[in-house]
Design a protein around this ligand. Sequence first.
Ligand SMILES: NC(=O)c1ccc[n+]([C@@H]2O[C@H](COP(=O)([O-])OP(=O)(O)OC[C@H]3O[C@@H](n4cnc5c(N)ncnc54)[C@H](OP(=O)(O)O)[C@@H]3O)[C@@H](O)[C@H]2O)c1
Length: 225
Amino acid sequence: MSDRPYTIIASEVSVDGKLTLHRGASSKELMTLMDLEAYKYLHQIRAKVDAIMVGCETVRTDNPSLTVRYVEGKNPVRVIPCGSGRIPLDANVFSKDAETWILTTPKMPEETKRAIEEKGHKVFVFEGDRLDFKEIWRFLREKGIRSILVEGGSTVNWQLVKNNLVDEIRLIHLPVVVGGEDVPTLVGGEGFGSLSRLLHLRLRSHFTRGRQLITEWEVVKDKRS
Ligand SMILES: NC(=O)c1ccc[n+]([C@@H]2O[C@H](COP(=O)([O-])OP(=O)(O)OC[C@H]3O[C@@H](n4cnc5c(N)ncnc54)[C@H](OP(=O)(O)O)[C@@H]3O)[C@@H](O)[C@H]2O)c1
């Protein structure tokens, strides 16, 4: 048995790799361009995994539901890393459609934790200022999560890539260019900065859904230690 969940990053990106229209903007506006067939593709992945993750900033800006709606299927457990504990209690991820696990630090106010638990969801508090993604990936596997879909944003994607926790990347390419220096791209963080450290991928498949090109990439494991 692997000691971590099988991990797929899936994202809608513009042709120039952007996740949204400008920094701080909800990606929901850009997503209005996406065809139903592409939504179905994404929701088919959601229906197959045990858990789904987005970062706390995506909860604050996009307020996603993270449920399966465009195809038949069960909702995965919603997992949100949220170091600050600053998460709106009326967020859509606290709906009754699925269970939600908030992974946080002692910074989360006790009353926020209690309010989330009263809604029937779970809060897991990890020691330290920030979450260690290697540790939380082991924790999720111990909790029975065998597969997880990560839908961004770029900060969380970097945590996964940096810690070598990704098995696949699936991209829904929107046929537009957004531009802008400061606009979040698929992977943020400090970046690898050297050729020897890059994450290498192998193209497994490519096809279209509506006007969107879909590319499915496998991480090449033996390229990095
Ligand atoms: N196109 C798409 O498919 C897509 C998908 C998702 C998001 N987006 C867009 O991406 C943007 C948001 O991306 P983002 O990079 O700003 O944020 P993000 O990755 O969604 O969330 C970052 C937040 O997650 C928490 N977090 C991440 N790593 C952590 C760690 N090691 N320890 C503790 N907490 C950690 C922190 O929350 P705290 O600040 O609470 O500590 C951090 O601020 C939005 O504009 C959204 O619309 C687009």
